[in-house]
Design a protein around this ligand. Structure first.
Ligand code: MG
Length: 246
């Protein structure tokens, strides 16, 4: 069975005897919110007038980086210019303005059910996002009430480096006070998967966007699910399989 094989591969690779999931480290954009289209559009509207040549699709591959890191990367690549943090903050404010002008973002279909299954299995949900998008962070408690306690949120305000560094997920482990083999990561983006794997956590990718599933496998995902509703259907059996490794 695919799940059992993925678990065995993880245990062999990390030389740990078992996975005992106590916390789920959960990404926000593309996992809890169907927000990537708006992010892409806002980036595009911000950067094209500044002379940055970019395609809309490439922003799906940058997903997970902090805003400043994306801006620095693109200006360095295109103009060989190293922007200061202040310059990045100004540009990010323009992106945030465009983002807020776009049609309201809906919660990801199936995400609520996924979270309820996580909680019903006695697993602590921890938010781990590189996002500093105030409009979405503020909506979390409204759209997902009583899911993410304040002490269990990692956002752009906490992280210095951002994904694909393991830093945000290591912070998530630390906030949940668990070891790597006592958690799972739930991601949708290749760079986020790289971050979860680098933190040595069993990393589940849910493919909610336009990228091929292969990009998530190649990033190192332990398991890839084709959509959020399908993952929500499988949460109970996945957790049971993980707990059976004890
Ligand atoms: Mg994401």
């Amino acid at each position: 069975m695919l799940v059992n094989k993925a678990i065995k591969n993880y245990l062999d690779k990390h030389q740990v005897p078992c996975i005992t999931p106590k916390a789920a480290l959960i990404d926000m954009d593309g996992v809890l919110y169907d927000s990537m289209k708006n992010h892409v559009e806002a980036w595009y509207r911000t950067l094209i007038p500044m002379g940055i040549k970019c395609s809309k699709d490439e922003f799906y591959l940058y997903e997970g980086r902090t805003g400043n890191s994306t801006i620095k990367y693109l200006f360095d690549k295109q103009f060989n210019r190293q922007l200061t943090d202040e310059e990045c903050t100004e540009i990010y404010a323009i992106k945030e303005k465009y983002f807020n002008e776009l049609p309201e973002i809906a919660p990801m279909p199936g995400a609520d059910r996924m979270l309820q299954r996580i909680i019903a299995n006695g697993i602590r949900p921890v938010l781990v996002t590189g996002s500093g998008q105030g409009s979405l962070l503020d909506r979390l408690d409204h759209d997902y009430p009583d899911v993410f306690a304040p002490a269990y949120k990692v956002t752009a305000y906490d992280v210095k480096v951002g994904k694909p560094s393991p830093e945000p997920y290591l912070m998530g482990l630390s906030k949940a006070r668990v070891n790597a083999n006592e958690a799972i990561v739930i991601e949708n983006a290749p760079l986020g998967v790289v971050a979860g794997v680098a933190a040595q956590v069993f990393t589940v990718a849910v493919n909610t966007g336009p990228i091929p599933a292969q990009a998530l496998t190649e990033a190192g995902a332990d398991l890839v699910y084709p959509s959020m509703p399908e993952f929500a259907d499988q949460v109970d059996s996945l957790i049971e399989s993980l707990r059976n490794t004890r």
